[in-house]
Design a protein around this ligand. Structure first.
Ligand SMILES: Nc1ncnc2c1ncn2[C@@H]1O[C@H](COP(=O)(O)OP(=O)(O)OP(=O)(O)O)[C@@H](O)[C@H]1O
Ligand SMILES: [Mg+2]
Length: 153
């Protein structure tokens, strides 16, 4: 359907692979011929487990204000590239932060915002060298109610 505004969602976890996914998502969002601009959504899920970010969550940090401060830094960093590229290309961007398990949260948001295409990296922060797909990408491919574009590491 050419000329119809698409809603594209990219899932970011602050990894280099999710930044690659962001580049693809911005490129896709910029490819449209109609008079309406496509809209880009970037989602970061504050997962209940923090092992992906253990460089920032050094053991023993318990003060809630310090934990919030660290999350802010992680989230700012995760959205850095998408904010810059979307601004450069003048693509409307909405950033979303939710708390929970990453894949079910992303799948819920795809339905809530009526997303047409979801873009994810094949792996992320937890990347085990040999894995082709991480658990989040595998789960969204299986259950998201829209097409999923998996950007290779
Ligand atoms: N917390 C998150 N919030 C938003 N998107 C995420 C999150 N975690 C992963 N993603 C998305 O999913 C992609 C694949 O990451 P995934 O977590 O599946 O791989 P992994 O970290 O290598 O493996 P695992 O987490 O299973 O150990 C990321 O590139 C990103 O696009
Ligand atoms: Mg992960």
């Amino acid at each position: 359907m050419l000329g119809v505004r698409r809603k594209i969602m990219v899932a970011v976890d602050g990894s280099a692979v999710s930044d690659k996914a962001v580049h693809e998502a911005v490129w896709l969002a910029g490819c449209q011929g109609g008079k309406f601009k496509n809209k880009l959504f970037a989602v970061f899920v504050k997962a209940d487990r923090v092992r992906d970010y253990d460089d920032l969550f050094i053991k023993g940090v318990s003060a809630e204000v310090e934990i919030n401060d660290r999350w802010h830094k992680i989230i700012d960093h995760a959205f850095l590239v998408v904010k810059r590229l979307a601004a450069e290309k003048e693509i409307p961007l909405e950033t979303i932060v939710v708390e929970g398990a990453p894949a079910p949260s992303i799948i819920h948001l795809v339905g809530k915002y009526d997303i047409d295409l979801l873009v994810v990296g094949s792996t992320g922060k937890g990347a085990v060298k040999r894995a082709f797909l991480g658990s989040v990408s595998a789960e969204v491919i299986e259950h998201a109610p829209c097409g999923v574009y998996v950007v290779r590491a």
